[in-house]
Design a binder for this molecule. Structure first.
Ligand SMILES: Nc1ncnc2c1ncn2[C@@H]1O[C@H](COP(=O)(O)OP(=O)(O)OP(=O)(O)O)[C@@H](O)[C@H]1O
Ligand SMILES: [Mg+2]
Length: 622
């Protein structure tokens, strides 16, 4: 750019110098013509005056004076024939006119100068000398080009010097301007490159503004644009973080699939449902990761959404899986995800694990039935009481009957024993139904015995050996009805797990809390030599609706028991071992032990805490 500018300037200055020289040359020529005309006329008038005055001496001095005038090289006076009479330089008799000068003679007049150019670019003027209308000769004045040339040279030199100064000055100016433009432009360029390559790196901005011109304004606008971009990016990041945290923490499974039913994004809960890690979902299809029947149903819902652009809601899917294997229910909804108002790009799949709800509905149905059965049992027990009393009285009368043989009396005694058992069972049944609502001091042996009475039939049927180890005088301040429910469930579970000929241990004694030795209370142990539990089952037993007894269990027994224990500020722990863990040990070391600690004088807080479950895998001892 700089070289181009210098070249352009040199060209324009040369052109300017050429035009100036041409103009100057013309001006010099005009001036020369004027001077020559004036000088030749003046010499002619002086010569004619000298001739008229008859003073030829004046002629010589006039010729000399004119010859010495500025811009005059030579002044000559000739006779009409062109013979030199006077000359300003040298001797007249040695000077002659050039043939070219002579050729001008016919054209010389007394009215105006005859101007002509001789070879060698010599300019000359001639004037006719008349006295009394008689031609007396001619004056010849030759122009001295030296000073004109000097002037022309000076003009050219001045023009060149001015031109050189002009070119250098403008080159320096352009250089300075170039730097003042190029520097901020390169700052701007670097800033744009940083913005494109590492848009998150805000350390380079705002760019420094070192100039206060249009480029400075441009940099300032650029800085404002970067700041606004950063603000927009921050807003976008906020929205993305919001969506990410929603996706990660929403208590529902979320997945997005494309037109080929490939996963483009899933959240952890969805991954938990499918049992495959989040990253393994991406790029895989529904059929790759889900059981065929489930994948088919979801796929057809997704297809329907793509075609109709309408959501599909609450599609119920059922199956079985997980560890331990349990039935599950998913509620699936699918909705269109549009990136433009007219195009459905993905389909969002919402999966809701409705297994618990399904189980709770089932449990509710079953507990309704149980409640009805309970009420029925209580009313039957109540109704049985009156006839039982009559039978007891009648048997008493019968036993004292004198005609009765010894064998008959023995039968009556046996009948009395069985009737007493019936009475006891009806009492216990009624006690379950009519639970006191206030805590009271209860005798634990009575409480535990009453439970054994209830289960006596099943205990006998399985020939289970019951070992009781508790002081008959042991008492506890508690909700007796609720604790009865706890032990009834623990004993019921123990019997469920036991096989024929097993052992069941019930123990209660004064002790200290294993978590807080300063706390005194009663420690219960209910141990069986039954099937035991695998660790993955043991982990879940206190969860509501967790059961391995598909048909007979609701999975609420231990959950309710745990709540009651917490209500009494107590704690519970389990040890269990299965035959697989037992490594061929004696059957007595296989089974389950539930230990329950209930502290003295609990204040029965309203809100139970979630603490209080301890589990170990050490062998169960009965
Ligand atoms: N003594 C035990 N031995 C082996 N497994 C047991 C024992 N006690 C509990 N379990 C396991 O814990 C699960 C949950 O017990 P929980 O009492 O809560 O429910 P359930 O007995 O199945 O049903 P229900 O609500 O009728 O009591 C049982 O299904 C069983 O698998
Ligand atoms: Mg149970």
């Amino acid at each position: 750019m700089l070289a181009g500018l210098v070249l352009l300037e040199i060209l324009s200055i040369s052109l300017f110098a050429a035009i100036l020289t041409r103009q100057q040359t013309q001006r010099v020529r005009l001036r020369a013509q004027f001077i020559l005309a004036y000088e030749s006329a003046s010499l002619a008038s002086q010569v004619s005056e000298a001739l008229e005055q008859q003073r030829p001496g004046w002629i010589s001095s006039s010729v000399k004076t004119v010859g010495e005038a500025p811009n005059v090289a030579l002044a000559t006076v000739t006779d009409p024939a062109g013979n030199v009479l006077f000359v300003s330089k040298g001797e007249a008799d040695q000077a002659v006119l050039d043939p070219d000068e002579r050729a001008q003679i016919p054209f010389i007049s007394r009215d105006h100068a005859r101007l002509f150019t001789l070879p060698g670019n010599r300019w000359e003027a001639a004037w006719a000398i008349y006295t009394n209308n008689q031609l007396r000769g001619y004056t010849w004045v030759e122009f001295d080009p030296t000073s004109a040339r000097g002037q022309l040279f000076a003009i050219q030199r001045d023009t060149l010097v001015f031109g050189a100064i002009w070119v250098i000055a403008s080159a320096i100016l352009v250089l300075l301007m170039g730097r003042s433009i190029a520097r901020p432009l390169s700052v701007l360029h670097r800033g744009a490159a940083v913005l494109m390559n590492t848009p998150e790196d805000g350390g380079h901005f705002p760019l420094p503004i070192a100039v206060h011109n249009e480029i400075g304004d441009l940099i300032e606008t650029f800085n404002r644009m970067v700041a606004s971009l950063a603000e927009q990016r921050a807003g976008l990041n906020d929205t993305l973080s919001l969506l990410d945290s929603m996706l990660a923490n929403a208590p529902i499974g979320l997945a997005f699939v494309d037109r080929n039913s490939r996963f483009v994004r899933v959240n952890q809960i969805f991954a938990d449902l499918t049992g495959v890690t989040v990253s393994r979902h991406l790029g895989r299809t529904l059929t790759d990761l889900l059981p065929a029947s489930v994948a088919d149903e979801i796929e057809s819902a997704v297809e329907h959404v793509f075609l109709s652009e309408e959501p599909v809601r609450n599609l119920e899917l059922n199956g079985e899986g997980g560890k331990p294997r349990r039935p599950w229910t998913w509620l699936i909804s699918a909705y269109p995800v549009r990136t433009t108002p007219t195009q459905v790009r993905w389909v969002g799949v919402i999966a809701l694990d409705a297994s618990d709800r399904k189980r709770s509905e089932e449990a509710l149905r079953r507990s309704e039935k149980l409640a009805v059965t309970g009420r029925l049992a209580a009313s039957i027990a109540h109704e049985i009481n009156n006839p039982l009393e009559a039978i007891t009285n009648l048997l008493y009368l019968l036993r004292n009957f004198s005609e009765l043989s010894e064998a008959a009396k023995q039968y009556v005694t046996m009948a009395e024993y069985e009737v007493r058992r019936i009475a006891e069972i009806t009492q216990q049944t009624l006690r379950f139904y009519r639970q006191p609502t206030h805590p009271a001091r209860s005798t634990l042996s009575e409480l535990l015995d009453s439970i054994l009475t209830l289960y006596q039939g099943r205990i006998n049927a399985l020939d289970i050996r019951v070992e009781r180890s508790y002081d008959p005088a042991l008492t506890l301040f508690c909700f007796a009805g609720e604790l009865r429910q706890v032990f009834a469930n623990l004993v019921g579970n123990a019997i469920d797990a036991s096989s024929a000929g097993g052992r069941l241990l019930l123990r209660a004694r004064r002790s200290r809390d294993w978590k807080n030795p300063a706390q005194t209370g009663i420690r219960f142990a209910i141990a069986d030599t039954g099937s035991g539990m695998e660790p993955e089952i043991r982990e879940h037993i206190f969860e509501a609706f967790f059961t391995t007894k598909e048909v007979t269990g609701t999975g609420l027994g231990l959950w309710v028991s745990h709540e009651i224990i917490l209500k009494h500020h107590g704690s519970v722990r389990v040890r269990s071992r299965t035959a697989a863990q037992g490594n061929g040990n004696a059957p007595a070391t296989i089974g389950t032990v539930f230990e329950v600690f209930i502290p003295d004088d609990p204040s029965f807080a309203e809100e139970p805490s979630t603490a209080g479950i301890a589990q170990t895998s050490s062998p169960a001892t009965a």
